[in-house]
Design a protein. Structure first.
Length: 283
């Protein structure tokens, strides 16, 4: 007797996630009647050969025997799950990407303050303390500066890729993008504010359809305008540009001291810029 597989009437039981804006199916079961199979293994093999591995955005995850009806007839259940969907065929979609962030602090060494709020003198011959143009810890012609707490902003995103998308060309692109800064708006940040730190990836399983999980890491440094350095005003720099000043010795004839002040200010581009659309995760 030939083996036949037929879906049980009204056996399709589907589940959705109503918390999502788009209520896609998350899991489901479909039952089949197998006739002409001598044992459980034969029944499962018959169903495996007859049914689709993908259904309504879900992937077939298990086939199990629900009931033995007679000597060679079986009721078999196929279970589907959207969380392991791995192909864009038949409307199957990847899981949503996730975002993690870390807004913390780091130590930054500065040589000049934003402004000198007050100054005092214990020298009766110089009742007004010398003006060192916001230099911090100025001693014997040297500006020693001070370490302060500076904000540090980093975030990461986890995205899912089909195996066919992770080509050698794409991997090379990711490698060349590390250490580059966005040349246009990215995730709401202006051009020049986001530095691509790198990406790590993993893949569970060796099936050609199994998804890759890639985590992209970024750091943020805000663009700045209206900065000052001594008497130099209106300095503008992008977040990941580097600014520095050339100091010059100037004689303070009033206080009869020689002091160093910013004479020239420079803004340097130290990272390449690039189009973050190449990362393949949107902007």
């Amino acid at each position: 007797m030939a083996t036949t597989v037929s879906q049980t009437y009204y056996s399709e039981q589907l589940n959705t996630d109503e918390s999502k804006v788009r209520q896609k199916y998350t899991s489901g079961d479909i039952e089949y009647i197998v006739r002409g199979a001598d044992d459980e293994e034969a029944a499962i093999i018959a169903v495996r050969d007859a049914v689709s591995t993908k259904h309504l955005g879900m992937r077939l995850t298990s086939i199990s025997i629900s009931e033995r009806l007679d000597d060679d007839s079986w009721r078999v259940r196929c279970s589907y799950d959207a969380t392991v969907a791995t192909s864009d065929d038949d409307g199957v979609s990847k899981p949503d990407y996730t975002v993690n962030f870390d807004f913390s602090s780091t130590t930054k060494h500065i040589s000049h303050s934003k402004r000198t709020t007050s100054k005092y003198s214990a020298d009766p011959e110089k009742p007004i303390a010398p003006d060192y143009e916001q230099a911090i810890n100025y001693n014997d012609g040297r500006i020693e500066g001070v370490d302060i707490i500076s904000p540090q902003m980093e975030f990461s995103e986890t995205h899912y890729f089909y195996n066919s998308e992770l080509t050698t060309k794409y991997r090379k692109t990711l490698a060349t993008m590390i250490g580059r800064v966005n040349n246009d708006t990215f995730r709401g940040y202006s051009a020049g504010e986001v530095l691509f730190l790198g990406v790590s990836g993993s893949r569970a399983g060796q099936d050609p359809d199994d998804l890759w999980t890639l985590t992209f890491k970024f750091a943020v440094s805000p663009n700045e305008e209206g900065l000052t350095a001594g008497d130099i005003i209106g300095i503008s720099k992008k977040g990941w540009e580097y600014s520095w000043q050339h100091m010059a010795d100037v004689v303070d004839t009033v206080n009869n001291v020689t002091k160093k002040i910013p004479m020239y200010a420079y803004v340097e581009q130290v990272y390449d810029v690039d189009d973050f659309k190449k990362l393949g995760i949107g902007v």
